[in-house]
Write a protein that binds this ligand. Structure first.
Ligand SMILES: Cc1cc2nc3c(=O)[nH]c(=O)nc-3n(C[C@H](O)[C@H](O)[C@H](O)COP(=O)(O)O)c2cc1C
Length: 169
């Protein structure tokens, strides 16, 4: 798929075909897409856990109880490392930005593979950190279901380009 088509086809999907497995090759392509994500000072302060295990997925689902999350054959849990990340001149860590870029690489690569995802941040964070056995300086920042979507994405309206860009010549 052409890169710009991938960008347009990437949507948040909230319904998945539980019976369709994720091909190993797609998984490898997605992992390699994450591997080459940029990060401040190339610190790569992230880790992604791809959970196929049903029991653990159920526990993750208890932190974000929408039925469609568990329809997908996998849930990806993205975590950031606040100890090794680059820190801005003002002292704030860049870990969440870095993790977000890598996560979006994952999401776009999934779209290129014909797979659906949905960024999720509205989960119970402390509970999910505990379930994933993650503690400071690491923190779970986002999750996504990963699988073949069987639902239409929600209708949406994008801001006009003029609202997004200021072009100064
Ligand atoms: C940082 C972030 C957090 C999000 N958290 C959630 C969430 O908790 N639940 C959800 O259903 N969608 C979530 N979304 C998906 C957005 O609602 C979605 O990206 C937006 O409405 C645009 O739709 P699209 O992704 O289909 O283009 C999140 C997206 C981002 C980027």
């Amino acid at each position: 798929m052409d890169f710009y088509e991938v960008l347009k086809n990437r949507r948040s999907f909230r319904g998945f075909d539980s019976s369709r497995a994720i091909p190993q090759k797609s998984l490898e392509n997605i992992m390699q897409a994450v591997q080459c994500a940029p990060s401040a000072c190339n610190r790569q302060p992230w880790r992604f856990v791809i959970v196929f295990n049903g029991e653990l997925r159920k526990k993750i689902g208890s932190c974000y109880p929408k039925p469609w999350l568990l329809e997908a054959p996998a849930i990806v849990v993205a975590m950031a490392d606040y100890s090794t990340c680059w820190t801005r001149l003002e002292g704030t860590p860049a870990a969440e930005i870095d993790m977000g870029i890598a996560m979006e690489h994952l999401v776009l690569a999934a779209a290129a593979e014909g797979l659906g995802t949905c960024w999720i941040c509205a989960f119970e964070k402390a509970k999910l950190n505990e379930i994933m056995q993650v503690s400071q300086p690491w923190c779970v920042e986002a999750i996504t279901p990963l699988g073949y979507a069987n639902s239409d994405p929600r209708a949406l309206k994008y801001k006009d380009l003029e609202e997004i860009f200021t072009v100064i010549k």
